[in-house]
Design a protein around this ligand. Structure first.
Ligand code: KIV
Length: 263
């Protein structure tokens, strides 16, 4: 199996091919997901909810992400490995640089950061120093208390335009990937069409270049309310390896997400 790099994802975009992404937090599951063909593994701060049992991602520390990135990096045969900058890593450009360095030393190949156009300086400085960045827009879980809950973003024309403008500015600053969470499918497609860089969606409809889900959700082991964009791939699978393969194939063949998974 070929190693996936940023250039691979850019080539998929140019060819109109979609790609699969999944969160991973430990060596065994990371190895299984990568061996099943998943293109991108994300050590997400969702670990605060699915591993640690918190009700938000805010308690997750840099040390938590560093530890899990190190575990995943040891057992990742071919996927691109992305790690999340946790809550408040984006407080200053200096802090973004220092925190990104910790995650890159632990084995990450790029970092993901939540925020809006105001992060442009931090992204520019990271990119200058050779750290590829994925900018996370739309529903940004680190701002859940300001947003008033885990709600769909970009429903009004003004909000949608702001998300598109922010994405453009962050790409101009150097972001190599945009990740859109919980936005109307129409907006997901519009952002992907407007940008030259790959756009990954979660609850952003079938029109984005790649799709991502949380591993525990596709294995059907998450507790609490199941968001509309989630599909349990374990339901029809023989085992976990088969569930990962089904998710990967359904994304590649554009069977997932179906219209009912979007907003
Ligand atoms: O932390 C995470 O797992 C994420 C994904 C939901 C995109 O940010």
């Amino acid at each position: 199996m070929k190693t996936v790099t940023l250039s691979t994802l850019q080539a998929y975009k140019r060819a109109g091919e979609t790609f699969s992404c999944l969160t991973a937090y430990d060596a065994s599951f990371a190895h299984a997901a990568s061996a099943a063909g998943i293109d991108v593994l994300l050590v997400g701060d969702s670990l605060g909810m699915v591993l640690q049992g918190h009700s938000s991602t805010l308690p997750v520390t840099l040390e938590n992400i560093r530890y899990h990135t190190h575990c995943v990096a040891r057992a990742n045969p071919h996927s691109l490995l992305m790690a999340d900058l946790p809550f408040m890593s984006n407080a200053t450009t200096e802090r973004m640089l220092e925190d990104a360095a910790v995650l890159m030393r632990a084995g990450a190949q790029m970092v993901k950061v939540e925020g809006e156009a105001w992060m442009a300086d931090g992204i520019r400085e990271l990119t200058r120093r050779g750290v590829p960045v994925c900018a996370h827009l739309g529903l940004t879980p680190q701002t859940v208390y300001q947003l008033g809950g885990y709600k769909v973003q970009g429903r009004s024309a003004e909000q949608a335009q702001k998300i598109l403008d922010d994405a453009r500015q962050l790409v101009e600053a150097g972001a190599s990937i945009i990740l859109l969470e919980c936005v109307p499918s129409e907006l997901g497609q519009a952002v992907a069409e407007a940008l030259d860089v790959p756009v990954i969606g979660i609850g952003a409809g079938p029109g984005t270049d790649g799709q991502i889900l949380v591993m525990h959700d596709i294995l059907g082991v998450s507790s609490g309310i199941k968001p509309r964009f989630v599909k349990n791939f374990m339901a029809e699978a023989n085992d976990i390896h088969d569930a990962f393969r089904r998710y990967h194939t359904d994304v590649k063949e554009r069977r997932f997400p179906a219209p009912e998974h979007g907003f």
